[in-house]
Design a protein. Structure first.
Length: 302
């Protein structure tokens, strides 16, 4: 792979700026017949909690125009299974690893982060869109003071660099970005899904049992690019951008807006080769534009 795609994120060098969006790629097992996992910048795992989570009742996925809604509920087998099964699998295939962490209380997050302290993991991505059960169910990522507090707690326990994953379901995402930066975050990732709803007019009820779900796919990309641009210009820590990336041009938009790395999510469901196609496209772009490194275009749009 060309050295022209190498990027530094949170003090670590990755061969290219492309990873997977949590929850869309499992832990790589499901996609390994389509993608050589060691060709990706990194594999970002599905969110993992301190104990297994069953997720929400079905139906929990619905198509929308240019996207989808999901209310999976962060179903996962828990940290024990990740350590015993998924991490060894990824290491065997030479993948760089970003572990996405979820929890329902500060203690939940810290427990998972402590369990990962001695594991060979590159980065931790902390999903603060989870409902804080001790605060009446409000998302950790919807109040700046709460976001800063959880960041401080995770950083105190973490041995790896910490990326805080920001929710777009706020008035001003830069407030959240500055809050987690103040809490010691080594980077931010955005955007998570946008809350939406679909009605099944034939059944006269909600299309998803949870009533609402997270909207993702091409329909959210303009919002995601705008928020990445705002955050990249509001903080000094690097940004991992995501939201509707399907192809090389989409990835380039995020990089030019200020993202250092990008994550491919919903596109994996309809094109399992999307990540490697984008990497190849970025290589071709760097050659065509005679770039010494892809970082030359990061944040070039002002």
């Amino acid at each position: 792979m060309s050295e022209k795609l190498a990027v530094n994120f949170a003090g670590l060098t990755f061969d290219n700026p492309v990873t997977t969006a949590s929850g869309t790629f499992g832990s790589g097992l499901e996609y390994s017949e389509f993608v050589n996992l060691n060709q990706l910048g990194a594999v970002t795992t599905k969110g993992v909690s301190n104990v297994p989570w069953p997720g929400n009742p079905t139906p929990r996925i619905a198509e929308t125009h240019a996207g989808m809604l999901n209310a999976i509920g962060l179903q996962n087998p828990g940290i024990d299974t990740l350590i015993a099964r998924d991490l060894p699998y990824l290491h065997e295939r030479g993948a760089r690893i970003i572990v996405n962490v979820c929890g329902r209380s500060k203690e939940d997050y810290v427990e998972v982060v402590e369990r990962l302290a001695e594991e060979d993991v590159d980065l931790l991505e902390i999903n603060i869109s989870c409902p804080n059960v001790k605060a009446g169910g409000i998302s950790f990522g919807q109040k700046p003071e709460m976001a800063e507090d959880i960041t401080k707690a995770v950083k105190k326990a973490a041995k790896q660099p910490v990326i805080m994953k920001l929710t777009p379901n706020v008035t001003d995402i830069t407030e959240l970005a500055r809050a987690v930066e103040a809490g010691g975050a080594d980077g931010v990732s955005l955007i998570n899904t946008i809350t939406g709803m679909k009605i099944d007019v034939n059944r006269k009820t909600f299309a998803i049992a949870n009533q609402t779900g997270g909207m993702s796919g091409p329909c959210v990309k303009p919002v995601a690019v705008r928020m990445v641009y705002q955050v990249a210009n509001a903080v000094k820590i690097p940004v991992l951008g995501m939201g509707g990336i399907q192809n090389t041009e989409d990835a380039l938009e995020f990089l030019m807006a200020g993202a250092t790395m990008v994550a491919v999510g919903t596109a994996n469901f309809f094109n399992p080769y999307a990540t490697t196609e984008i990497i190849a496209g970025l290589e071709a772009y760097a050659e065509r534009e005679k770039l010494s490194n892809i970082t030359e275009i990061i944040g070039c749009v002002k």
